[in-house]
Design a protein around this ligand. Structure first.
Ligand code: GN1
Ligand code: MG
Length: 370
């Protein structure tokens, strides 16, 4: 678990580094991220907009400079592109705010690394999906994001988190953790071990397709959870995608799978009622419809062939990641209690199973949308 805000260096002083002369009125905990620590800084007076202040988790992002460099490169690319060919509706790209020394991050005396990003004016985000219209907007947002970076070469961006979404590597790590851990064989742990064992031989499905040249390396968002889509408070329309740390070379399938595993689980990934978790096909249809309304042009037949596997795999992969972290003693994801990652894993495994039960219907849906 990360330190509570009181253990930080003065948050106000850190925020002031990025406030371009404005006086900080308040810095408050913001959002519900599992990795970085996020705050909203408000500036005194009416001429300054609030901004997002974050302490980058450098145990996860070991080279924060590269994360910031990637962010500058692709946000500039997208902003240029929007300037030359604007979309027919509002779309915003978060801006990296610089320190008074014109740096894109600030290192405190205690070694902590901080950065600031503009907050999308008049916007809000939601942890759970309300309805199919909301789902369609979330899909549109991901499609728009992919579309706007589709002409930037993946080689332009660094790999800031090696192994991210490479499921066979998570499996190898899991095997190592299981081998060296005195596992407490509770019924839930036993269930998790069997669940992973039964899917181990399938979990290289996307990596194999990538190696065989069936799925091209593109740029991806990396974390398109439902609450990373910002909605205009006035129009109710999606206007931005935030949380840009993991924008890097990868498969768009990781994003599609992640968006669906997050968006089609109506009771949410943090529920303790894991046995009642299910995958909602109407929300799936909404997300895919919204996504394909913008992404159809750059998807190939082979891309479509792997959509079902992507949906199943990323739910399974996140379950595997949470389960491994539980077994390893909660070293990666922030937790509120010792069994938190185990419960999160069970939620994702239940979701995976619900996807598996509905395979025929989901495949038919994908076929219809093609
Ligand atoms: C982490 O910190 P947050 O919530 O933005 C994780 C994602 C997971 C997500 C699950 C870098 O994202 O991969 O899908 O938790 N990010 C990283 O809630 O590991
Ligand atoms: Mg994130």
């Amino acid at each position: 678990m990360s330190d509570p805000p009181t253990h930080y260096p003065s948050l106000i002083a850190v925020a002031e580094r990025f406030a371009s002369g404005g006086a900080i009125a308040a810095v408050e905990a913001f959002g519900s991220g599992n990795i970085n620590d996020t705050f909203l800084a408000t500036v005194e007076g009416t001429s300054h907009l609030p901004f997002v202040l974050q302490r980058i988790n450098t145990r996860v992002f070991r080279r924060p400079q590269l994360v910031m460099k990637n962010m500058s490169i692709f946000t500039r690319h997208v902003r240029d592109r929007l300037q030359h060919s604007p979309l027919s509706r509002r779309w915003e790209v978060p801006r990296v705010l610089l320190t008074t020394e014109e740096r894109d991050h600030w290192v405190e005396a205690d070694g902590s690394v901080w950065r600031a990003i503009s907050f999308i004016d008049g916007s809000e985000s939601f942890d759970a999906m309300h309805d199919v219209d909301h789902a369609t907007e979330v899909g549109y947002a991901l499609g728009t994001f992919h579309n706007l970076i589709s002409d930037l070469s993946p080689a332009q961006l660094a790999d800031t988190l090696e192994g991210f979404h490479i499921t066979p590597l998570y499996l190898q790590h899991y095997d190592r953790v299981v081998a060296k851990t005195a596992v407490n064989l509770s019924p839930e742990v036993r269930y998790g071990l069997e669940f992973v064992r039964d899917r181990a031989s399938w979990c290289a499905v996307l990596e194999t397709a990538k190696t065989q040249g069936k799925l091209p390396l593109r740029l991806m968002h990396g974390d398109p959870k439902v609450n990373n889509v910002m909605f205009d408070r006035a129009t109710g329309k999606a206007v931005s995608m935030i949380d840009l740390d993991t924008v890097k070379p990868g498969l768009v399938h990781y994003d599609i799978g992640d968006c669906l595993r997050s968006g089609c689980n109506p009771i949410g990934e943090e529920t303790e009622q894991w046995e009642t978790v299910y995958f909602e096909p109407d929300l799936c249809e909404g997300i895919l419809r919204g996504y394909l309304s913008v992404a159809q042009d750059f998807l190939t037949d082979s891309d479509y062939d792997y959509l079902f596997d992507a949906i199943r795999l990323i739910a399974f992969e996140l379950g595997l990641r949470f389960f491994t972290d539980y077994l390893a003693g909660n070293v990666y994801f922030k937790v509120k209690h010792p069994d938190h990652n185990l419960l999160r894993a069970l939620v994702q495994f239940q979701l995976t199973q619900s996807i598996e039960f509905q395979e025929t219907a989901i495949r038919a849906l994908i076929q219809d949308l093609r």
